[in-house]
Structures are given as C-alpha cells and as structure tokens.
Design a protein around this ligand. Structure first.
Ligand code: HEM
Length: 199
C-alpha cells in the first residue's frame, strides 16, 4: 500500500508547499515511528537489524541491550565516533526504548523469521512469498521513500537537512541499512547487490 500510494507525497505538492510545513515538524521525523520499529522486531531476529558496521563493533554473543545499541536505525541519530545523539533520537528513546526492548525480549525466538526457520523444508511457493515480502518492505518501499526525500531535499541543487537531521541519502538507502528479514532465503550474490539494482 505504501509503495503504490506514495506518489501523492512526491507529486501532490510543490516545493513551496513542502517547505511551508517541514520546519514546523523539526525535530520530529518518520524515523520516530514506533510502529515501524515494533513491526520489524516482530518480523526478524534482532541480529538481522544490525548492519555490517554494527556487527564489527560488537563482541560475540551480545545481549539484547547491546544489540539495541547497534541497531541500524540508531545510525540516523547518533554520531558513532563521539557517541553524541540528536534530539530526535533522544526524544524517541525516552519515550519508546524500554517498550521496544521489552517487545524484542517477548518475541525472541518467536519472530516470523524464527517460524520460517522451524519449517524443515519450506515449499518454493512459501519461500517466494517471504522473499517478496522482504523485497517490498526492505528494498522497494525504502527506495520509493528515498526518491521522494531526494525530490524535496535535493531539488534546485541544494542538499537540505532532513527534519530528523540524519545523513539521509546514506541512511535511507537499503544498501546501507541492509535490512533483511529472511537472510537465509537470499544468495550471497543477491545480498551483495541489496537495493542497488533499481536506483
Ligand atoms: C515529503 C515526504 C517525506 C520526506 C521528505 C521524508 C523524509 C525522510 C527522511 C529524510 C528520513 C530519515 C530520518 C530523518 O533524518 O528525518 C525519513 C525517515 C522515515 N520516514 Fe519519511 N519522509 C517523507 C514522508 C514519509 C511518509 C508519508 C511516511 C510514512 C507513511 C514516512 C515514514 C518514514 C519512516 C518509517 C522513516 C524511518 C525509516 C527507516 O528507519 O528505515 N516518511 N523520512
């Protein structure tokens, strides 16, 4: 639904319309959508929400709290060199971090991905459905969204900051996020090209 209805965000208003409301939102951002975070926690094991850079930073067998420190979405609001967080991330964590961690613990070993892994020989049709969901949620929607962000933030040769202040061009790209709910269903080559082929 998001993919097919998102055109209205890009074509339904002009540059001035967009600018007239965007500053009012600051420092809020879609990045603070707790529902989006709850959904991804239910879909896949927490380990899959840590990108490659995060994996390098963590030791073996990390606890849930440690995994949380390195989730890909923190990169939208924390300077990894200094540890400094943006107001957007601070606000979000104050309100939701405890309940997100509680949810991650509650669904541990019970996520949709865990259920898939419990099936010893999933049928080709089932695997295709899971792959489609992964592709739509974690490649197609992020790219539609990124193109819309670029339409407003990059137009007229400017490079505007986003309301949440992330390095949005990098952060929003599926290649950087590497968010995959069902990594066992993708080949090494497919993973290495994640999100790069249609942009
Ligand atoms: C003109 C419209 C939009 C623009 C320019 C835009 C831009 C952005 C940017 C730049 C971010 C990165 C975080 C930040 O620094 O703020 C972001 C995150 C996000 N936005 Fe939007 N957005 C738009 C509309 C929407 C809409 C309509 C939705 C939901 C229906 C949405 C949902 C999200 C979500 C869920 C995130 C977090 C994505 C993630 O962590 O992977 N955005 N948006």
């Amino acid at each position: 639904m998001l993919i097919s209805s998102f055109d209205i965000m890009k074509d339904g208003m002009d540059y001035n319309d967009y600018n007239s409301f965007r500053t009012i939102l600051t420092p809020a951002s879609g990045f603070q959508s707790a529902q989006f975070r709850f959904l991804e926690l239910s879909c896949t094991r927490l380990e899959n929400l840590v990108n490659d850079e995060g994996k390098k930073r963590m030791g073996p067998k990390p606890k849930v709290e440690t995994l949380f420190e390195h989730l890909y979405w923190k990169d939208a609001g924390v300077n990894r060199k200094t540890g400094k967080k943006t107001l957007t991330l601070i606000d979000f964590e104050q309100r939701y971090l405890d309940s997100l961690i509680a949810h991650a613990k509650k669904v541990r070993r019970k996520t949709v991905e865990d259920k898939l892994l419990e099936i010893s020989e999933p049928s080709t049709a089932l695997k295709e459905k899971f792959r489609e969901f992964d592709r739509l949620y974690n490649i197609e929607w992020p790219l539609v969204h990124l193109r819309t962000a670029a339409h407003y933030l990059n137009s007229k040769g400017e490079n505007k900051t986003a309301t949440g202040g992330s390095e949005w061009k990098k952060y929003l790209h599926p290649k950087y996020q590497q968010r995959k709910f069902f990594p066992s269903l993708w080949s090494k080559e497919e993973k290495s090209k994640w999100g790069t082929e249609h942009f």
